[in-house]
Design a protein around this ligand. Sequence first.
Ligand code: F6R
Length: 604
Amino acid sequence: MCGIFGYVGARSASPILLEGLRTLEYRGYDSAGIYVPGQAPVRAVGPIDNLAAKLTAPLPGSAGIAHTRWATHGAPTELNAHPHLDMSGTVAIVHNGIIENYRELKEGLIMQGITCTSDTDTEVLAKLIGSVYRGDLLAAVREALSFVRGTYGLVAMSERRPGEIVTARMGSPIVIGIAADGNLISSDPSALLAHTKDVIYLEDGECAVVTKDSYEVMTISGKKLNKSPETVEWDVESVQKQGYEHFMLKEIFEAPSVIENTIRGRLMPEKGRAKLGGVERVLDTLVDLDRLTIVGCGSAYYAGQVGRYMFEEYAGLPTEVELGSEYRYKRNLPDKNSAVIAVTQSGETADTLASVREAKSLGLLTLGVVNVVGSTIARETDAGVYNHAGPEVAVASTKAFISQLTVFVLLTLLIGREKGLSAEEGKRIAAELAALPGVLEQYLKNTDNIATVAKKYAAYRDAMFIGRKFHTPIAYEGSLKLKEVTYTHAEAYAGGELKHGSIAMLDEQFPVIALVPKDDVYEKMVSNIEEVRARKAPVLAIATEGDMHIKAVADDVLFIPKMHPILQPIVTTIPLQLLAYYIGVEKGLNVDRPRNLAKSVTVE
Ligand code: F6R
């Protein structure tokens, strides 16, 4: 949440900063601002375009810092937008995170005659740094941070040394990019790809001074560190729309290549097995577990729920799934022989990260299913699997979710084959998984029917998603997609739960989206559809190609290819993602950046 960008080099800074902010805009779009030493900060409420409109000419200067904000403390106004200045107006900072003791710090500053004009915790930090600044910005930042409780990804500059950027990290990501014509700082490596693939990830408790041709990293307490750049594997094209109207559409259509990348080199169809280098070391432990806990937030949590059905049905591994925001605060009573898998696209989600730390404090083995290489959760877990889904730019998760389900299939094969999953079943799953990219490629060739159905369902204010077993979490995911992208009131239930209360809501204005592929709960789902039709609710069914019966019970049907039950939820997800996308477009909404949201939830 919130995007930070900094540049110090040979070129004009402000166009580079603006471009960097555009790549980071998915992290927050309440307001944006830019600072080039010697100039007043320029800030604007709303998207980066509003800031760009104010910058009619590049600001003179070859170094600067910039920020795109997702509001935490203080409304999204220009006054609250970053960068914030110290009392002298010569030190500027941008910040991602929350300074928990900012009220206390503010009172201390007021006693020294130092006042703030905005409502933000960040301005307090800027004033605090300024109050201890005696000509050495790094020293001032380190001293100020010794008084701070909370989280920060922080970048600071002083007008007095305009060729130097100071940065520090505690809980919010900071990546330094090493480029030929200067150095950069970002909260996300994807924003650096236009300049370099060589990056240095700061760890919590570290800070750095970055100039045009040098960088020095140390702990905030002052111990020098010797860090060499790592290479980011993503290409710059992966963060571009490449002809699609929206990132969300592009990322949904990437599903076939995402699955290919997720399984590449990991699937052994002839043996019905999978191999995952990142968990090889702990495989024996995983096979012997009494219980596994999957932790995640939002879509990643629903992916974990599907993973639970896979592990229990095909690997015989007792599994529970917890929300990151619950697991971290509740009393956990793990079996001695248990482990935790954190599922996260960004690898930075605060509640998921805190859950990993909680699990570690309980002495549990921790694993990550993470998309962003080098992210905090990837580094803090004991073992894990990278998704290799490529950068996900649209705020609503689509391709990462598909990849997470794919990783769970791989893990099921890996663990299951050691725990009694037959070679025959393993081979069936592996062969179908290998064929899945081609099946989806074909399926995605014609999605016009989904766009047509979306036009009809865009008119409703409410929607209810139902499914059973593997498709219960997919119903929740479908409802989440619809809520966040179209602002439609949507609910999700396990099909069997409807008559325990929620069916009371249904009438001719409350459509039901029923996930009803031909599986072992098909008949039960058809009964549920009959029940909702009896209440006159319109029914949109997602059903298996060739299922003629479903046409008689549903008002509309979107057909999907039939797959092995463990793979079916991957296929069922695609029309739900597209349905949300097309309804959002039909309503004229910004589907890539829905209101009130930001990607990478690094605040708690
Ligand atoms: C929904 C969505 C969010 C994320 C959640 C977890 O479309 O994108 O619900 O899934 O914030 O994010 P990660 O996976 O980065 O931990």
